[in-house]
Structure formats: C-alpha cells, structure tokens
Design a protein around this ligand. Sequence first.
Ligand code: AGP
Length: 623
Amino acid sequence: MCGIVGYIGDKSAAPFLLDGLTKLEYRGYDSAGIAVYGDGNIFIEKAVGRLNALKEKLKGRMPEGVVGIGHTRWATHGRPSDRNAHPHTDCHGNFIVVHNGIIENYMALKEELLAKGHNFTSETDTEVAAHLMEDLYDGDFAGTVCKVLKRIEGSYSLVFMSKDHPEELICAKQDNPLVVGLGEGENFIASDIPAIINKTRSTYILNDGEVAIVKKDSITITDREGKPVNKKIFNVSWNAEAAEKGGYEHFMLKEIHEQPKAIRDTMRGFIKQIRPSKNNHAERIASDGSSIVFPELKWDPEFLRNIDKVYIVACGTAYHAGLVGKFYIEKLARMLVEVDLASEFRYRDPIIDNKTLTIFISQSGETSDTLAAMKESKRLGAKTLAITNVIGSSLAREADQVLYTIAGPEIAVASTKAYTTQLILMFMLALYMAQLRKTVNEDRTRELISLLKKIPAQISETLTDVDPIKTFARSYGFNEHVFYIGRSLDYCVALEGALKLKEISYIHAEAYAAGELKHGTLALIVEGVPVIALATQKSVYDKTISNIKEVKARDAVVIGIAAAGDTELEKYIDHVMYVPDTDELLIPLLTVVPLQLLAYYAAITRGCDVDKPRNLAKSVTVE
Ligand code: AGP
C-alpha cells in the first residue's frame, strides 16, 4: 500500500525523505509528497505521478528543516492527483499527517467536521485525521493524537507533525506496518525497513495499538491510553533486497502471505450491521444481523433487480476468478451468467441489451484485451462494472461503476492476492444482488456473512504448515506433466492451480473437469503421472471420488485437497492436504492457497525465476 518516511535530528530532513521514498518505490504508488518544518513554518510539496515529478518541483527550492515526513500514495479513496497526495493538513496548516491504510468511518467524521466549519481540500479519508487533531487539540500533541485514534475506525499507520511541536513526531500503528529506526542524535520512521536500512539496523517494530513519540534523542512508546510500553530493539539482519520483500525470499511468497490482510481490507466497509428501515430493502434484511452494502455502486437497485443477463469478462487468473463469480451470482442471485475470455468476447458479437450487466475483472486495470472488450460492451449498450486493484487505472476510468479490491500492489507476475480478493468481491456482490432480488433468506445471508468473516483467519491457518507442500514440490517438481481435476467450484480452482504451476515452474499442467477425463484425457494418465485432485465440493463428492478411482486405476500418483474432517479421501489416494472446512461456496478461497504454494515451491525446486517468469509480463497491455 502506501509508503511512509519520517526524520527528526540535526541534519536536513528532505534528502533522507526523498531517498527513503525512493527505496519504497517497489511497492507501487501513484503520487508522492513531503512536509518539512523549518523556522516556524511547514513546507509542503506534493506531485501526482512518479517521484521524479516531486523532485522536479523541489529543484532549487529544497526545504532546509531538520524535521519532516514523506509519503508515496497507493490510492484507495480519491483518485491520484496533487491535492489527494499526502501529506494532508488541518484548516490552518498546524497539523500535518501521512497515512497508510483505510479510515473506515471517514465519511461520518468528515460530515461532523464540515458541520463544525472545517474546510477540506482533498477527497481522501486521511485528511479527516488532520482536522480531528485541530478539533480536539488541547495543547498536548501526543495526548491529542490518542484522542483522535479513539474516533477513527479502520486500519492505519499514521505519522503526525505539528507546527507548535517541532521537537517531536507522533506515530500510531493499527493493521499496517510502521517502524522507528534508532540513530545517533537522530531518529527515523518508515512504513518499511528498506527506507531506513542504510541509516540504521536498530529498530522498534510497532505493534497494533502502539503510539511512538519520536524526538531526535529519545523514543517513547505507549499504548493508546498513554501508558508506557516496554519495547525490545529489533536488529535487522536482512540485506536491502530481502527487506523489500519483508524478509520473504520472493514477492510471490510475500503476497501469498498477505492474503488474509488483503481480504480483510477488501471486505472493509461492505459488511454492515443495519437497523430495520422502511424504505430500503437491503436494510430490512438485517433486522438483527449483518448485510452486504455497496455504497460505491451508484446504480438504482431497481436496475440491478431487473438485469436479465450477466457477462463476466477477463483474462488469465482474473478469468478464473470470473468462473467462480458465475457460480456465486447464479447460485445466490439466480441470474444467468456467462463467463468469457476477453480476447474472445470482443470478437464474437455478443448478445447484449440494456438489461445486460457486463463485469470486467482485471488486477492491473490495464489489460488490453479486457479494455477492448469493455469498449465493445459499452458500444453495444450494456452497463459496465469494473473489478480492479488499481484506482485510476484505464478500466476504472472507463467503466460505468467500479469496485476495488484492496490487495495493495501485486508485484509478482503470478497473481495470488488479487485472485482471492476478486473472489471476495464477487461473493459479496452476488450476496448483495441476492438481497435485492430476495433470492436468499435472512438466515442464509447471516450464515454466509458469518462464514465470510472467518476466511482471513482460515487462510492464515492454511499458511501455518507448508512443509508437506514443500515435500510434494520436491518429489514431483521434476515431472513434465501434471493434471488437476475437480468438479463444480473445485474445477474452477483447478484451472487456477494449473495456471500457477505452468507460469512459474514451466511444468506442463492442465486442469480438467473430473467428469470429463473419460472423454479423452484419461488416455494420458499413465503410471506415475501426478494428479492433483480437488475434493471439497460436498454436493459432488461421491462423483469426484469415482473420478479419483479412475486415475488411481491407471497408477497415477494422486495428491488430494480436502476439507478438514474428511476421513474418506485418504483411503483412495497417495497424499492429502487439508484446508479448514467451510461452506462449499467459500472453500475455493482456501483451496487455492496450497495450490499457490505448490506452484511456488515447484518453481523453487526447478530453479525458476519465481517473480519474473520467462516470456510473461505483469500487465499485458498489448493484444
Ligand atoms: C496471473 O497469474 C497471470 N499473470 C495472468 O494470467 C493475469 O491474470 C492476466 O494477464 C490478467 O491480468 P489483469 O488481472 O491485470 O487483467
């Protein structure tokens, strides 16, 4: 997500801030800015685009002060622009703030502050923190920060600077990383260790709920009540390159492990406890439970109720997410859904009218085929909804409506956290449509939302023991052919698992609907061929077992993926990997994780370039 840096000491702050932000460029961003205190004033400069645009603006006017903060923005609220870039200030420029995360209740806070006469200059959620400082300030800088933290809900790493307290910077951490670097007569702040690793390796890694009062010759850590917290110094042993990956060997592994947080961030704001209301059906659903709401969707609910056809259009992994989305929308909202590869959709003269909804899924929002397919859809008169991970991307700008995955920058070419957050958005969208169309009752809605909330923790559980997967990768990583089989949603996930293996380990992997093997592919199943069998879909479990028996009868080596508690599958196959049990609609979010890891460790076994596989690009911006 966003990058944060801070400096307080005796040297000029600006050079460190710019160098630190440069070290954070790998995280991806769309704008940047710095604020420096000097001679009683605060100098602020910001620029949309690359850091060079900011450096260009600073040419010949570099600020001299010895206290400062800086930020690279990965937009979540408000498109990329100079005025939405951080740092942000209160009405009078007395309080300056940079932020990484999401302030979930920012709209309510903004309305409250506007009613008190505050003037806002940006569309961001972050700016409310600066105005809250102004509103609650009682002379105690750190104490006021603690009061502000009690008002905001959501995820944040925040750094505050004040014109009236130039001797200190105040940091606060909740759900997003923040590190304080210990220097000699100077101290450093960063969202990530790479920004400070060439200055110091002695750090305090802040934990959730902690506040740091950073002066040039002291650092005090407290909780949000101001109670001191004892911190151990963490000495960083990583080299700079490893630090960029948060200590993981590759971006792909880091991003696989970021999935619980990415899913939490993507769900934020869409699950509401709603009181009964006379005029809004979605509100009546949750008389005493929760409900899915999509404040960002500006379509009249009547339009969504009357759609009679949905196309989901995408490429690669996003297409595989669309296949799962089809199940969700058809199962929950009882709407007819067709899923199409963008490169096919755009040339097949699809049947579209004003009651057709076309959904385009794209992590980058820049995939040429997907963009062209959306243009064709608009030409034919369909409403267009984009699901993308990049605010301000071409797809986001050209779609009628946009829903964002909040996965943060995905650096590895192989898409992982983008896929699972796309599934989450598709699931919530399907449930929302089901609420509007009354095709799912209140109890089922409540049950599904309750299970949905458990997914991040269940993914974390799935990530705790990867040794069996490493063993499989080492044992079978040198095979040249691997088959993935499954039925229903297991088949959709099998397709994604096969793509992961193909694209980073270069093993020829194919996924088949398990019931389809006997229609030809079974001819390829010979002794020793590895077959990954997904068997989590209870509604077709017995049929899947029959298909597993088919391949076992040809002496394939079968590695199964089953839901925890399944004691049957192991009787028929060679190895079983278990994922936590949940509703069969949601279990694809868990089943895909061992397949991502299997592909990762197989690529390692074969010495492949995991993050940058041959012939591939992260975003295919050409036909
Ligand atoms: C995914 O692992 C691949 N790198 C690729 O299939 C990717 O999903 C596809 O190119 C679509 O990209 P997009 O989501 O940015 O549109």
